[in-house]
Design a protein around this ligand. Structure first.
Ligand SMILES: Cc1ncc(COP(=O)(O)O)c(C=O)c1O
Length: 469
């Protein structure tokens, strides 16, 4: 690396500015943390000193030329991109902008079916015509993971003029796949590959972490720094490494989607997270891996769950045996103040941080207590997910344009069968739609949703039932 990755230009600039005791006759209304209720003062005072606005010398996210440009440049160097954009609206903002920046109304786009809702929302906003490719069911992981190379090949044979291919890599549980071959295949058609790498910002560390899609040739890669690196919630990156996409168009949509008053603490936390990753030493990584091993050993036991293997060492997935439900076991951990990241009908995900875990005694005690309590519980939970992504290649029943002109009605889930969904049905987390807006609702969909709800999985919706056309 040529540049000094210890440097954090934006963060340093903000600290310097705050240390000079500036007088605020500008927004935000907390006036550099002076105006704040007493109850919040201890928590917020320090950070609000950095919660600035576009003052002279503090640069502008939407037209960076000073410290933000320098910070983005350091990130581009570390991650290996031609250009890196700071995001203050999460990977959600990045996913929307990368799709809008590459796809226009009516364009065919090949999309992994089990993408995050932000990808689906980007498609809807762009008016593109998605061609969904189904993920395979992985017997070892006991869940749907990624589409196969052969499905992508077939989709490209039928849709050689697609404007883009949109993939998720890794999945929520850290599972990777040979995306490099897919990228090469796409490039043989001159089609750019847009990757939602929300869960892979730390892949830039190199082995033992899997390679980033950016290193493997993807054209645009979006990463939630806040998910796996020490960044504030919503802090994310969008990287471009391609002559197949227009940086200007993506930048245009980023400024269209994101706030005109982006949060300086969030931007500064991107600086901090990038510097943290870039300066992590191999011996630090050894300590992290030892800690992961220790946690896996504590969690490992055969009675109620298996701990699955993982491509990303930081992801620890429990596969819950059929005698119990994952929600039930997660609740027992939560009752002892230990909170998992994600609970599905059969799996629980713990995410290890990028440092040694210190509370092993607490965890040991909790596992023991959970096991004791499970002896007296039995909450048999099964679910048939095999039929969920039945079509290997699938298009929507109606175009977004047509849908947006049609009236819809709200019906109970069971009455939705046979209708076209006018909204997505999204268990959250992970935020992957079970039913897509524009998809024909099947009995298998409804059965799966009822089972999920019965197991306490939260469906993200304002009204019960489903909107249909
Ligand atoms: C695969 C995937 N993509 C995108 C997102 C959205 O990321 P963010 O929360 O940074 O907006 C998520 C969030 O969970 C996700 O899991």
């Amino acid at each position: 690396m040529n540049k000094d990755q210890l440097r954090m230009p934006l963060f340093e600039k903000l600290k310097q500015f705050a240390s000079e005791g500036p007088t605020s006759f500008h927004v935000p209304g907390h006036k550099n943390g002076i105006i704040i209720p007493d109850a919040a003062r201890n928590y917020f005072e320090q950070i609000l000193k950095l919660d600035m606005t576009e003052l002279p010398g503090l640069d502008d996210l939407h037209a960076p030329a000073e410290s933000i440009a320098e910070s983005e440049g350091l990130a581009a160097e570390f991650f290996g991109s031609e250009e890196t954009f700071f995001l203050v609206g999460g990977s959600t903002a990045g996913n929307l902008a990368m799709i809008l920046g590459v796809c226009s109304a009516g364009d065919e786009v090949i999309v992994q079916r089990n993408c995050h809702k932000s990808i689906m929302n980007g498609l809807e906003l762009s008016g593109a015509k998605p061609v969904f490719i189904a993920p395979e069911y992985d017997d070892e992981m006991r869940r749907h993971t990624n589409p196969s190379l052969s499905i992508l090949r077939e989709a490209l044979r039928v849709h050689p003029d697609a404007k883009a291919i949109v993939l998720t890599y890794p999945d929520y549980f850290g599972k990777t796949y040979s995306i490099e071959e897919m990228i090469q295949l796409a490039h043989s058609y001159n089609i750019p590959v847009l990757v939602d790498e929300a869960h892979g910002v730390h892949f830039a560390l190199g082995g033992p972490f899997p390679p980033s899609a950016l290193q493997l040739g993807a054209d645009v890669v979006v990463q939630s720094a806040h998910k796996m690196a020490p960044a504030m919630t919503m802090a994310s990156f969008l990287h471009i490494n391609s002559s197949l996409v227009s940086k200007e168009r993506i930048a245009h949509f980023l400024q269209l989607i994101q706030s005109s008053s982006p949060s300086y603490p969030i931007m500064a936390s991107l600086d901090i997270a990038r510097s943290f990753l870039a300066t992590l030493k191999p011996e630090d990584v050894v300590v992290i891996l030892q800690s992961v091993k220790g946690i896996r050993d504590i969690l490992k036991q055969e009675a109620y769950w298996d701990i699955l293997p993982s491509d990303d060492p930081l992801k620890i997935t429990f596969h819950v045996k059929q005698s119990h439900s994952a929600r039930e076991i997660a609740t027992l951990f939560e009752n002892e103040n230990i909170y998992p990241e994600l609970v599905t009908h059969n799996q629980i995900l713990f995410i290890h941080g990028l440092s040694s875990f210190e509370k092993t005694d607490v965890l040991k005690k909790t596992v023991k207590s959970v096991m004791e309590q499970l002896k007296n519980h039995s909450n048999h939970a099964t679910m048939n997910v095999a039929k969920l992504f039945a079509e290997p290649i699938q298009e929507l029943a109606l175009s977004y344009e047509a849908m947006n002109k049609l009236p819809y009605k709200q019906v109970p889930f069971t009455e939705g069968i046979g209708h076209i969904a006018a909204e997505a049905v999204i268990p959250y987390p992970p935020g992957i739609p079970f039913i897509l807006k524009g998809e024909k609702i099947t009995a298998a969909h409804i059965e799966a949703i009822e089972q999920l709800r019965g197991q306490g999985v939260r469906i993200q919706q304002r009204e019960s039932g489903i909107r249909v056309y």
